[in-house]
Design a protein around this ligand. Sequence first.
Ligand SMILES: Cc1ncc(COP(=O)(O)O)c(C=O)c1O
Length: 411
Amino acid sequence: MTTAEGCQFIDFFCGAGSLNYGHNPPVVKQALLDYISRDGIQHSLDMTTEAKAQFLECFEQTILQPRSMDYKIQFTGPTGTNAVEAAIKLAKQHRKRSHVVAFTNAYHGHSLGSLAVTGNQTYHSEYYGSHNNVSFLPYDGYLGDFDTTILLEKMLTDRSSGMPLPAAVVLETIQGEGGIHVASDAWLQRVQTLCREHNVLLIIDDIQVGNGRTGDFFSFEKAGLSPDLICLSKSIGGGLPLSLVMIRPECDIWQPGQHTGTFRGNNLAFVAANAVLNHWNDASFVDGIQVRSNTLQTYLASIISEYSDENWDLRGRGMIWGLDIRRGDLARMVIDTAFENGLLLESCGSDDEVLKFMPALNIPEQQLRQGLQLFRQSLQTVFLESSGTKSALVPSTGSPIASLGSSMVVS
Ligand SMILES: Cc1ncc(COP(=O)(O)O)c(C=O)c1O
C-alpha cells in the first residue's frame, strides 16, 4: 500500500481478512472493468442476474462439488454480522428453540444478535448488547488440557444443568478476534457429535478463517466436519462486500421475506468473487499457501526463541498466526512502531495482547520475509527503547509512539 505522501506499507492485516487474495488483484480489476464497460447490472435487489448465476455456478463447481458438499446458499446483507444473524435466526426457527451455545473468547460481529454470542465483556454493558438466550461454555484450551466438551455434554444431558436445550452451537474453528485460539480436530469432532446426538444445529462461523486462510478453503475441512450452517463473508467477495450463509438443504425452512434486506448479493462483488474463486482451480496457489505458512511459522518461532525469557506463545495455522506477548500495552507499542517502519499489523485477544499475522495468501515470498524483518526490527526497537525493563515499557501519555497510528491516512 502507498500513502498519499508516497510512503509504502506491507499489509499483514489485509482488511481484517477481507483481502486474502491481496489488494486490488489484477484479475478482479479486469473482471470489474469488463463487467462495468459492458453495462452489467449493478443493483438488482435479490433478483437473479447473470453475475449472481455465474457466481453460484462457479462456487458449486469450484468449491462445493470437489468437496462433495450439498448446501443451499443464502445471500444476506453484505456484512459478516448479518450472515451470523441469519444463521442464528434460521436455527432457532428450525429447532423451535430460543437458546444458543457460544464459547469463551468468541467473536461474531457487532449487531445485537451477534454481540449476544460474542464473549468479550467490553461489548456487554446494559445498553450495548446483552447475552439473552445464550450460554457461554469454555472453548478448547480455555481450561488448559481439560477437555471442555465434557462440560458441554454434561450441560446438554443433565436436566438440572440450568441450560435450556439450545437450537444451535455457534463457533469459530480458530478464534480470530478472540486471540488466535485453535480448536483441535478432536474437540471439533466431539462438539459436532454432541450436536447430532442432541438434535442441536452446528453453525460454523468461517467469516475470518474461511476462504483459504487456514490452507483449505473451509477451516473445518481438516477436522472433517459437516456443519448444518456455515457463515462466509470477508474475502468471499474478492475484496468487495458480500456475505452468505450455506444451509444444509433440510434446514432451509425460510419463508420469503424472513431475512430480507436491500443489499443482499452485490453484483460487482459476485463478479470479483468469480475472479478470485478461480485461484482454487490452481494447484500452485493452494500449495503456495502451505509454503508461506511454513515461512511465517518458522520465522515467528525463531523470534519466540530469541525472547525465550518472556513466556510468549505462538498459535495458528495456515496464514493466520498469533504471537501472544501477554501484554496489550506492549503489543500496542510494537504495532505503532511497526507502522512507523512501514508494516501494518493488528492485535487481538481479550487484552489486545496477541499480535496477529494474516498477510495475503498469495503474498510474494520476498515481501513476506521483508514484512517479517520489519516486525523483528520493530520488536527490537520497542525493547531497546524500554532498556529491557518491563516497567519502562508502559508508554507515557503523549509519547511519540503512543500517539502514532490513527492520524495517518493510507490510500
Ligand atoms: C468470526 C467473525 N464473525 C463475524 C465477524 C463480523 O463481520 P463484519 O465485521 O463484516 O460484520 C467477524 C469480523 O471480524 C469475524 O471475525
